[in-house]
Design a protein around this ligand. Structure first.
Ligand SMILES: [Zn+2]
Length: 93
């Protein structure tokens, strides 16, 4: 079915994550995410359909930002034009 060389691997200690772009029989693309537990050799798979990939990605980025401490905030420009929130640092104008 799909080319295995398109697999993106993330090595994460006791686990390994795989990101695969696959295609359904109808030709629709979807994302397959596999969580592989190296100790138990157990695989957990999840699928994100192509028309939900955008929202999935946005939610993931939001969650990642929360973990990194860049939680949702209203950007406010400081004197140099950068956001005053130190973990944001976005250039506003
Ligand atoms: Zn900001």
């Amino acid at each position: 079915m799909a080319e295995e060389d398109s697999t993106i691997e993330v090595d994460a200690g006791a686990r390994r994550y795989y990101f695969d772009v696959r295609e359904s029989k109808r030709g629709d693309k979807f994302l397959k995410i596999t969580d592989y537990n190296k100790r138990s050799k157990k695989k957990t798979e999840m699928f994100v359909w192509f028309d939900h990939v955008n929202n999935f990605s946005k939610a993931l980025q939001k969650a990642v930002a929360q973990i990194q401490g860049i939680a949702d905030h209203q950007c406010e420009a400081g004197p140099q034009g950068f956001c005053v929130e130190p973990t944001c640092g976005k250039f506003l104008h």
